[in-house]
Design a binder for this molecule. Sequence first.
Ligand code: FE2
Length: 268
Amino acid sequence: MKFLILGDVCGPPGMRAIKLRLNEIIEKNKIDFTIINGENAAENGKGLTIENFKDLISSGANVVTSGNHIWDQKEILEIIDKEKKLIRPENFLDGQPGSGIGIYDVKDKKIAVINLIGNVFMKKSNDLFLSAEKIINKIILKKNVDFIVIDLHAEITSEKMALGHYLDGKVTSVVGTHTHVPTADYKILEKGTAYQTDLGMCGDYNSVIGMNKENSIKKFKKNPLATGHFPAEGAASICGVIVDADDKTGLAKKISQIIVSGESNLES
Ligand SMILES: [Fe+2]
């Protein structure tokens, strides 16, 4: 089973890139299942609208994951409970709508996608490691499902790496999202779990993590003329990984990084 897992779609350039190129990437790489973090897809880079979600699915995503900005576009509350292809971090504090676990049937196989959020430098959530342990004791690889892919939306590298090692051999893949900066550490861990600290984003890199760079600098300089962050508007890149997983074990055979221009049909 071949998975394409893409980092946070950031603002209009990210959406344009996905609409323009996702299909071609899926076909060229013979992808069976595509997971995209849509948490910054809205016009202002915060959350995603219902239209963004529909566009991501119609462009080829099988499931859309999210993170701390999921409630920023209030209309998403209208669909979060009924739309099984949209998940939010499972370890959000209790009582919030939606779910962080999706199980999908593809080619006679069951794929579990789990969205989690980090505890360090993020809004208060339930304990990441206890939550992950609880889920993995309930959803067991090759007993309940054939593959388990985890999107860990978190700020710091050590927390992501620790969770990767903690779940090594128990899940197909652990990948990080949220920082918008692709890390160069994609690999298969000792017991067979594919791992990357951060996938990067689908957005304009002539920016500060997808946001307008001039305004970001003003903000850091505490310039009173700075406004709220808003997305950069140039050409986007599409960033993520392709994980080729063994149908028999559910573990990874290969992980490769994908970083391509989202604005043209030229070879990456
Ligand atoms: Fe985020």
